[in-house]
Write a protein that binds this ligand. Structure first.
Ligand SMILES: [Cu+2]
Length: 194
């Protein structure tokens, strides 16, 4: 049935969207409920977290702080004044657009040295993950033994008046083929996005 195949494909698309939604982007609140403040240990906060390209960091803080993205050397020495970016709005969202390490400090004198510094390692969007393995379904089987006819490629669906079981099975195999193509495409897309 065509409607069954269409429902199956729609279900696959919906399922793939549900799979892709949580893996596409994660928003991390730096320090969680403590926010961006003195007295927090941000190396503890980053431990166990995996940051990816597309994720973002949200810094929540009161007045008297800033969020400065700095270089590695400025991070280690708590040097202010060479910031790549700086914000003091109280709610800073940093989109992690590139892979590698990103360093953030508070630019107020003394705060970085007192612990207001955080570095995150951002992984590339696509890891060399599992390539989707396409299993070739044994289509075309069912021909008898010893038939050496070479015209077995892409037989068009001809409506034969005699209701044979091969007609419905060919329709099913076509929808399965299209579905497996879709699954392979979704798997490839997910592996690129995640
Ligand atoms: Cu500060």
């Amino acid at each position: 049935m065509a409607s069954t195949g269409a429902k199956f494909i729609v279900t696959l698309i919906l399922a793939s969207v549900m799979v892709m939604t949580p893996c596409s982007a994660t928003v991390y609140t730096v320090g969680d409920t403590s926010g961006w403040a003195l007295g927090s240990d941000y190396s503890t906060w980053t431990s166990g977290k995996t940051f990816k390209v597309g994720d973002s960091l949200v810094f929540n803080y009161g007045s008297g702080h800033t969020v400065d993205e700095v270089s590695a050397s400025d991070y280690s020495t708590c040097t202010t004044g060479n910031s790549i970016t700086s914000d003091s709005s109280g709610a800073t969202t940093i989109a992690l657009k590139t892979a590698g390490k990103h360093y953030f400090i508070c630019g107020v004198a003394g705060h970085c040295g007192s612990g207001m510094k955080v570095q995150v390692t951002v992984a590339a969007g696509s890891s060399e993950g599992s390539s989707p393995t396409t299993t070739p379904s044994g289509s075309g089987s069912g021909s008898g033994s010893g038939s050496s006819t070479p015209a077995a490629t892409n037989t068009p669906a001809v409506k034969t008046p005699s209701s044979t079981s091969s007609e419905s099975s060919s329709g099913t195999s076509v929808s399965v083929f299209v579905s497996s193509l879709l699954v392979a495409w979704v798997a490839l897309y997910v592996s690129v996005v995640c």
